[in-house]
Write a protein of this length. Sequence first.
Lengths: 146, 221, 221, 209, 209, 255
Amino acid sequence: MKRKHRRLAFVVVGMVLLGAAAALVLSAFEENLVFFYSPSDLAAKEIPEGRRFRVGGLVEEGSVKRLADGLTVEFVVTDLVEAVPVSYRGPLPDLFREGQGVIAEGVLTAGGVFRADGVLAKHDENYMPPEVAEALKKSGKWKGAQ
Amino acid sequence: MSAFWCIVRRDLRLALRRGGDSVNVMVFFVIAITLFPFGVGPESNILARIAPGVIWVAALLAAMLSLDRLFRDDYDDGSLELLTLAPLALEFTVLAKCLAHWLTTGLLLAAASPLLALMMNMDADGFAALLAAMLLGTPVLSLVGAIGAALTVSLRRGGVLISLLVLPLFIPVLIFGVGAVAAAVYGLAARPHLMVLGAMLLAALPLCPWAAAAALRLSVE
Amino acid sequence: MSAFWCIVRRDLRLALRRGGDSVNVMVFFVIAITLFPFGVGPESNILARIAPGVIWVAALLAAMLSLDRLFRDDYDDGSLELLTLAPLALEFTVLAKCLAHWLTTGLLLAAASPLLALMMNMDADGFAALLAAMLLGTPVLSLVGAIGAALTVSLRRGGVLISLLVLPLFIPVLIFGVGAVAAAVYGLAARPHLMVLGAMLLAALPLCPWAAAAALRLSVE
Amino acid sequence: MNDAPGNGLAAEGLACVRGGRTLFTGLDFAVPAGGALVLAGPNGSGKTSLLRIIAGLLEAAAGRLVWDGVGFDDDAEGYRARIAFVGHLDAVKPGLTVAENLAFWAGLYGGGRDVAAALESLGIGHLAGVPARFLSAGQRRRLALARIAALPAPLWLLDEPTVTLDEQSVRAVEALIAGHRAAGGAVVVATHAGIALPGAPTLRLGDAP
Amino acid sequence: MNDAPGNGLAAEGLACVRGGRTLFTGLDFAVPAGGALVLAGPNGSGKTSLLRIIAGLLEAAAGRLVWDGVGFDDDAEGYRARIAFVGHLDAVKPGLTVAENLAFWAGLYGGGRDVAAALESLGIGHLAGVPARFLSAGQRRRLALARIAALPAPLWLLDEPTVTLDEQSVRAVEALIAGHRAAGGAVVVATHAGIALPGAPTLRLGDAP
Amino acid sequence: MTTMHRFANPARFMRYSARILPWSGWSAAILIAVGLVWAVFFAPPDYQQGDSVRIMFVHVPSAWMALFVYTAMASASAVGLIWKHPLAHLAARSCAPIGACFTFVALATGSLWGKPMWGAWWVWDARLTSVLILFFLYLGYMALADAFDEPARGAKAAAILALVGFVNVPIIKFSVEWWNTLHQPSSIVKLGGPAIHVSMLVPLVIMALGFTAYFVTVLILRVRAEIVAAKLRVLQIAEVDRRAPAPADGAVSAD
Ligand code: HEM
Ligand SMILES: Nc1ncnc2c1ncn2[C@@H]1O[C@H](COP(=O)(O)OP(=O)(O)OP(=O)(O)O)[C@@H](O)[C@H]1O
Ligand SMILES: Nc1ncnc2c1ncn2[C@@H]1O[C@H](COP(=O)(O)OP(=O)(O)OP(=O)(O)O)[C@@H](O)[C@H]1O
Ligand SMILES: [Mg+2]
Ligand SMILES: [Mg+2]
């Protein structure tokens, strides 16, 4: 009997510890534990100059400009609330287009321009044939970007 | 519970008697870190950039190396099977051994880490976070590592196998440990990372001794 | 010399029989390297920059870990004292064991290194130099490590102590190994570095077995 | 022999399979309080395996153990805590002194009996302060045997206790066992020869394959 | 006994100091070809230490060893190669089969004698193909003893060879030693009891401190 | 008694599995063949990704299977540890190499797909990283199970590892929601129904079913092989015993 009670006490203590652990993790996730920052995060946080990080969002419609050297590209990354201008020199992934998800890696310069030295395309979870996409857009049921 | 402290005391005394042992872990830690300037080149900004990662990886490897001995000596000389017969529940025996292990390794690694960060040119803003993260993270390494040590104790070739088993489980500690330091260096909040490390510790405290004890029972069979 | 091959054959057979053993060394190598992206962050240009250093440091650590077992099994079960009595000079016994050790660890590490370099984003120009440097450097690690293994074999806590003894001796291999790769990546000649590595190997071949044999005689006393 | 279920150790239908080979099946025996049992049999017949099964270190392929009327599986922890086991290995820490080695085990069992007296009873009292790494094979074995003298366990399981012991020490172990039995303890000893347990039945295990 | 310097093993004035304590001094003995010597004495008296000195594994504090007229220090390698030593440890690789274990040592000594016959002589011929990890304590000990039967060494040094052996195996070891002596070999055995070496003198080492 | 229980079950398993085997084998072959042909020749290209989307039909099912097989392995391990069912241990052991293969295929096809889509073979985001850890866990499981001399002990030790490592599975599953990852969030199990058009969803499901049938087939084959190997071991040992010298005196044991 006594041993049984002791065992029960241990199980309870263990459960309490696990519960505390879960509570800690949950409250930690309210703050940011992210792979990349959104433009809103950048606006809210003081990110020091010269620090390398990643910024992710959608390429703003109509913002993509190719400079004369044919290699440098400038565009704006937006999360539809805030926006960050990005300049990048190098090859772009095939899926890079206006209105698509993108993650740029680099540093924020003094002028507020994000100078990227790597760009990854981030696509969303929608898959469909081109005709369907067209039809959706025509019928105005298009929910994704663009 | 006096049996618990009996084991802690014995393990601490053995560690002290053996003298160099925890010193050796420390020295491995220091040497592994000093290999990097040789390997990567002495450019201080690159070193500073990779410092938190290198320090944590070295701590992981040092902890892992010392783990092989956590139960092995007791297994080899037959003490372990007697410990499984003792009136103290094996889970607490494991906990006691982990505590002694942490006091003689993890604690020292944590204490030494700011110094090594200095050597690696790390930004001084990160020192406090590094120390805090190490203090929270190294006990997790001892506890999680105990599972791997218990699983491999009856195998002659445990030493390398243990790394295969526990290093993957160490990776979350590494990620959040480095995250805390990096955040502090860049002037962001280290707290969420430290909280996750704390949560890991709380979860490891009941779970790991339980799993390790099960593994030990199997090993002495 | 048939006694020499007798030992090589036995050690190879034991390594194969134990199955996973050399696989485990490989996996440690791979895991230790993959820890770095976690620790340093996933930026590919930083990773590429530190890749040769990280790969070499991981190879050093992997070789070191596997060294602990070079003589320990034989010591623990009493074979080692019988080997010192055997008609084959102990120096050749050591050489035979080093050869078997290299065939089951260093050779595999060398073979795997280009793949890991790829994972770490290293410039493809360095691959050939990396492979050549590994092929020349890893036997040196086995030979030099044998001295440390022999010195620590009679101590229970060899595992960590050995790192303290041999890692400093490994540093020259690290420097020239990384040097060869870095030179190739930057389009310079890797040959001078490789020649130094070759010279080390030639020097280690007579010296290390001799020192290790002396240490072993002392250990079995 | 008193083999009422409420008294001492009883085994029913024990079987042991090691490495796919059946060592023994249908083994029944009883060791009353104050009694002793000698396990005999050629090398590889399963003496060690049987002792480890009784100690709860190895799982029996079949059968059950009863101790003072309580089945092993019903209270494994309580059962284990009342066993003192000396196997082929000595469980001696080379880094601790002889007395420290013994005091640890006594402390683990909540104080145990008198450490110095236990050492004395095996004739190694004068070595109390010597680090155990300096002991010879037989001295180390005696230290391992002193452990059972220091623990308050009613059931002793001894695997070839007299290995490497000299004449005088063997007599000391015999005296120790006699005293333990006189105090109501039970003993199971695996041995090839050389130890006299008055009135103890012998269980011969089958010949090795 | 024939102790002419040109024949067999002779020791002059051997002394041994371990851990600062002198175990014995001024020890003289001789073992002629075909002869045997039994080392006796209580635990810790230095039997193992003496055997290891004879084997060249431990350095004597004083004195010298002569073998067939040649001093140990004059030809240490040649001396060592003619010794077969069985210590407290068995030198058995759990990963190899019984036959492979033995074949390795035979190969190391340039072929040695017949492996199968050596196993048979200790009654473990039927285990030849079994991985050594499955052996019991006594079976493993027999494999260790089979090694001396397979090596072409004239001097056997055996440290408590019969530990964990059953009756039948002890008889087998005795027969083995008799055969070796008949063929002109010499044997030194440290033992507490249990092994009969006809006509062998006993060297009693002093009582342990 | 226990011996009975130990051998009765495998015998029954051998009988039943022999009946299932042709069904699962053929359905795996047919489903995968149909799925592949459909995926390569008849499924439409994606409006964004074009033809590279066809990698999905291998990547997604193998990624699912990587998780599913680990879950199956951990469940079997739990059954083996709790109810001491020897067959459960055998099943868990047999799962590991299959799961490792699926994980490897998911990693490889993911990398192949990542280059055209993301612009990188490999990034260290939470999804990819946790899958890599899964791969290491599979390898560790296999190494541990093989490291023991007695298969039964190896299975138990590895079972503990499998259960400890199970924490990783929910992390893989939810990593794309907990963290901002480069890897896309879930397309199929999501609020508001699958975000994959039926013309792609049908071949995807066919492939997934085919992979599952393949898993069942290989699992049965491996468990059967393990049972046969265990029997062979017993026979070998019996053969050694048979050649042993006759016992000197009567044995206690009698079957
Ligand atoms: C090495 C790289 C990759 C790894 C390790 C990986 C891993 C995984 C895993 C484990 C799943 C299953 C998740 C679940 O069951 O919820 C999954 C699903 C998926 N992955 Fe990947 N992936 C990789 C690359 C990619 C790439 C490059 C793409 C496309 C551009 C992609 C598209 C998908 C899709 C569409 C799913 C199905 C989502 C669903 O379940 O609804 N993956 N991946
Ligand atoms: N490594 C060592 N360092 C110091 N002293 C030692 C060492 N090994 C043994 N001794 C001491 O030397 C003495 C003799 O030991 P040895 O092993 O030769 O005795 P033995 O006669 O073989 O005894 P046993 O019958 O118990 O095997 C012992 O008193 C022991 O304490
Ligand atoms: N780990 C193991 N795996 C498989 N078989 C084993 C294992 N350990 C022992 N055995 C086998 O079990 C049998 C009994 O071994 P055990 O050690 O119980 O014998 P024993 O009677 O104590 O013999 P000894 O007198 O030699 O000590 C032996 O035949 C041995 O080969
Ligand atoms: Mg035994
Ligand atoms: Mg001795």
